[in-house]
Design a protein around this ligand. Structure first.
Ligand code: ATP
Length: 272
């Protein structure tokens, strides 16, 4: 790794009501990495993303962003996209995109008028072009397909030019063909904007295709009498080169390893 990492996580533990969800997570991520995150349902992947967004806070441990403690509140430097469309249904595509500017420039009313509004609307043209929604600028979300709504959600997350993009199963609700289009779109944006991406997915092939690094979350300790006694951590951290197909690891290897008994044995060995 060259220089200071973009993000550095040390001894991260997150508990709810005294029950650990994440335990002793350690991670350094370079600027521009595309980290795909997989793991069993309920193992804390979304919690991890919410902590990176500062929507949740660690119970223990530290997170440094560009060498400084992660701010306590979500900031424009980190954008997030969820699986279900998180856009405002009563606003058009353009209005959804200028909303952040409206609240920034008119915090009391949340509305811009006249020249200020025109200027905000002109400011989103480039983003609309990138995201392929120029023709839908004045449509409402209900008039858009699922893929288009998710494009809008991505555009919304990008409007403040975040250096970190957090994606929580962003394509999980889309048809396979649309997902492929979205992969192309996302890879193009990632390359052009140089963001560091963390993307949770349940699709191991998607994880291998898109990521430069695969993070597997799982529990390394299990108590059958008390399944919630232990939290998950990063049990596999694999460099990928999905775009050039040079990765030595293949989706099937991880899919095999994700079977619980094998994973438990393998990861304990690995952690030691
Ligand atoms: N605010 C909360 N209060 C209490 N428990 C919570 C809270 N948020 C998450 N949890 C619990 O933390 C655990 C991890 O949840 P999380 O959503 O992070 O898992 P996940 O790996 O993203 O799951 P999935 O793949 O099913 O989306 C779950 O047991 C969940 O019930």
């Amino acid at each position: 790794m060259t220089g200071a990492p973009k993000l550095s996580v040390r001894g991260l533990t997150k508990s709810y009501d005294g029950m650990p969800v994440l335990e002793r997570v350690e991670l350094d991520v370079d600027t521009g990495a595309f980290c795909t995150i997989v793991g069993a349902s309920g193992c804390g992947k979304s919690t991890f993303l919410r902590i990176l967004l500062s929507q949740e806070h660690p119970t223990r441990g530290t997170i440094l962003l560009d060498g400084h403690p992660l701010p306590d509140e979500p900031m424009p430097d980190r954008g997030i996209v969820f699986q279900k469309y998180s856009v405002f249904s009563h606003l058009t595509v353009a209005e959804n995109l200028i909303l952040a500017s409206e609240f920034e420039k008119a915090p009391l009313s949340g509305r811009l008028f006249g020249r200020a509004r025109m200027s905000a609307l002109e400011g989103i043209d480039d983003l609309l072009m990138k995201i392929g929604l120029c023709a839908a600028k004045d449509k409402y979300p209900a008039q858009l397909s699922g893929g288009m709504q998710q494009r809008l959600a991505i555009a919304q997350a990008l409007i403040k030019k975040p250096s970190i993009l957090l994606l929580d199963e962003p394509f999980g609700a889309l048809d396979p063909g649309i997902r492929l289009d979205m992969h192309e779109l996302l890879l193009g944006l990632w390359e052009e904007l140089g963001m560091t991406i963390f993307m949770v997915t349940h699709d191991i092939h998607e994880a291998f295709k898109l990521g430069t690094r695969l993070l597997v979350f799982d529990k390394i300790r299990h108590d059958p009498q008390a399944p919630e006694a232990y939290g998950a951590t990063i049990t596999y951290d694999l460099p990928l080169n999905g775009q050039s197909g040079k990765s030595q690891n293949q989706p099937g290897d991880i899919a095999d390893a994700l079977r619980p008994p094998v994973l438990a044995q393998t990861t304990i060995t690995q952690i030691r």
